[in-house]
Write a new protein. Structure first.
Length: 275
């Protein structure tokens, strides 16, 4: 008499570790082709990998191969494989991260599309949000910028926490690098910008003080004649420079040639050689 409670598939009897779900499953035609190849070879070549979780074991690597064997009606007997030993079943070494193992074992086997790579990054970040962008990029064979973009998206939807620090491949915790604002949105970030802003404010204050006032009112200033003359020369030269720049901008906006252009053209003309 048949036992109706017996498992119909290996999936009914064996729990799967979350890390094993990082990569998408093969399509049925691909699985059938793989199953026929395994049957032709007389069994598995690459071992099935398990990881111990508490007091039981979970499948870490080998879903597609087991599905392929199921599809072509090959016998899957974990107990017999375990008793026979050999290289059919192996355990994840102590201290090795299951996610790191799956990524290393599968990336060279699989050809992922851009969308599948983004999904892979999302799964890794959800499983290990504390991992740095550089670490995830190295594991998924992508770039830091791509990982950072996916992280920001997951953080915005509260799918992963916003962490102030992330852990690198060396195990050290470091502050997360924030995306710098575009240059057009930044404030006074350079010494030149700060100096210009300060000068403009002081000059406007000087204009306010001297407007509609007779110079005699400031005759008792502590500034020397040399200082006043230098200040006068500076503002005169500044006015000439600003006027020249304004004329140049006006000329360019009108689509006209700068006077310097015609001077250069005149000097660049080839001279007539006389004998």
């Amino acid at each position: 008499m048949s036992n109706s409670s017996s498992p119909k598939s290996w999936r009914d009897a064996l729990p799967i570790h979350p890390a094993a779900e990082l990569f998408p499953l093969m399509s049925e035609p691909e699985l059938r082709e793989l199953g026929e190849d395994i049957k032709k070879r007389g069994g598995l070549i690459d071992p099935i990998t398990f990881v111990q979780v508490g007091d039981h074991f979970e499948l870490l690597d080998g879903r597609n191969r087991l599905d392929a064997m199921d599809l072509v009606d090959m016998c899957i007997d974990f107990k017999r494989w375990g008793k026979e030993g050999g290289d059919i079943i192996r355990l994840l070494p102590d201290g090795m991260d299951p996610y790191d193992f799956v990524l290393t074992a599968n990336l060279h086997r699989r050809h992922l599309t851009s969308e599948q790579k983004r999904e892979l990054i999302d799964k890794v970040l959800k499983a290990k949000p504390e991992a740095s962008n550089a670490t995830v990029a190295k594991q998924t064979k992508t770039t830091d910028k791509t990982v950072a973009k996916r992280r920001r998206k997951l953080e915005s939807t509260s799918e992963i926490p916003k962490l102030k620090k992330t852990v690198g491949a060396d195990g050290k915790s470091r502050p997360k690098i924030k995306k710098s604002a575009p240059k057009s949105q930044r404030g006074s970030v350079s010494a030149k910008d700060i100096a210009l802003k300060d000068f403009t404010a002081r000059a406007l204050e000087l204009i306010r003080l001297t407007k509609n006032n007779n110079p005699d009112r400031f005759a008792n200033t502590s500034l020397s004649f040399k200082d006043l003359r230098q200040l006068g020369h500076f503002f005169l030269n500044l006015a000439l420079v600003c006027e020249k720049s304004a004329r140049l901008r006006l000329t360019q906006s009108a689509g006209l040639r700068s006077p310097h252009y015609w001077v250069r053209r005149r000097h660049d003309r080839p001279r007539k050689i006389t004998e």
